[in-house]
Design a binder for this molecule. Structure first.
Ligand code: GTP
Ligand code: MG
Length: 248
């Protein structure tokens, strides 16, 4: 088999949050389809889309779950928070209520994801959207809100396209490194070679190699810029070698 075919592309899951009508769907449409829709078509529950991007020479498949901001859709969207790796949290600079609602969106994220370390691993970009309109929320207010929570802040306009590509690029890069950081931490904390590879005692050669490849894609020093990946990669190679010897 050719090497290229063995490489499995990464998949990441992104969600959108923020009040109804702030422009979540339009930001996503602007990025994926390079166009803008003036008419307001409220998202009903959830919209799902997929796009491919290249991050540091790796092809990444991005699954986007675009949520409906209206409170009546809470019961529909709440089940889509699980396993999220990246989130855009959007407000409208011409609507102060949408800015003031940001904390309740964060709370919803925390409640639905549940586990705090999982929440901390989610890359979040705050979008101050509709910058082409007369604004009532200043850039400094938005920035402070994002900075104090450790999130990246972008001024965007789905209408003109301002900031949209930069925002997504930043989000995707944050997601991939969060993935890598997690893999590195797990490898270093593991107490056995089985745990390092995440396989059961008595795993077959195939299972060992499959688990190895999954992690090697993330951690290969030629591919990863995450600190500690070199050391983690060595642990991974050693664990695989030992386990393969144990397989008959
Ligand atoms: P829900 O799906 O109901 O949660 O709303 P949403 O956040 O997805 O909003 P949507 O993207 O549907 O946009 C709402 C309205 O705002 C539409 O009429 C858009 O045309 C308009 N809009 C979105 N982004 C911008 C922008 O950057 N500038 C301006 N002027 N209008 C925008
Ligand atoms: Mg929408």
């Amino acid at each position: 088999m050719e090497m290229g075919k063995m490489k499995k592309s990464l998949r990441i899951k992104i969600i959108s949050m923020g009040n109804a009508e702030v422009g979540k769907s339009c930001i996503i449409k602007r990025y994926c389809e390079k166009r803008f829709v003036h008419k307001y078509l409220a998202t009903i529950g959830i919209d799902y889309g997929v796009t491919k991007v290249n991050i540091r020479d790796k092809e990444v498949k991005v699954n986007i779950f675009d949520m409906a901001g209206h409170p009546i859709f809470y019961e529909v969207r709440n089940e889509f928070y699980k396993d999220t790796q990246g989130a855009i949290i959007v407000f409208d600079v011409s609507d102060r209520n949408s800015f003031e609602a940001l904390d309740s969106w964060l709370l919803e994220l925390q409640n639905e994801v549940g586990n705090q370390s999982e929440v901390d691993n989610i890359a979040v970009c705050v979008c101050a959207n509709k910058t082409d309109k007369k604004r009532v929320v200043d850039e400094s207010e938005g920035r402070i809100w994002a900075d104090t929570r450790g999130y990246h802040y972008f001024e965007t306009s789905a209408q003109t396209g301002e900031g949209v590509t930069e925002m997504f690029q930043n989000l995707f890069e944050g997601v991939v490194s969060a993935d890598q950081v997690e893999a590195i931490q797990k490898l270093k904390a593991a107490r056995s070679d089985y745990e390092r590879l995440g396989v059961q005692l008595g795993a077959s050669k195939d299972e060992v190699n499959k688990a190895y490849r999954k992690l090697a894609v993330l951690l290969h020093p030629d591919k990863s810029v995450a600190p500690g990946s070199e050391e983690a990669f060595k642990l991974l190679v050693a664990a695989r070698t030992t386990l393969l010897k144990k397989c008959s």
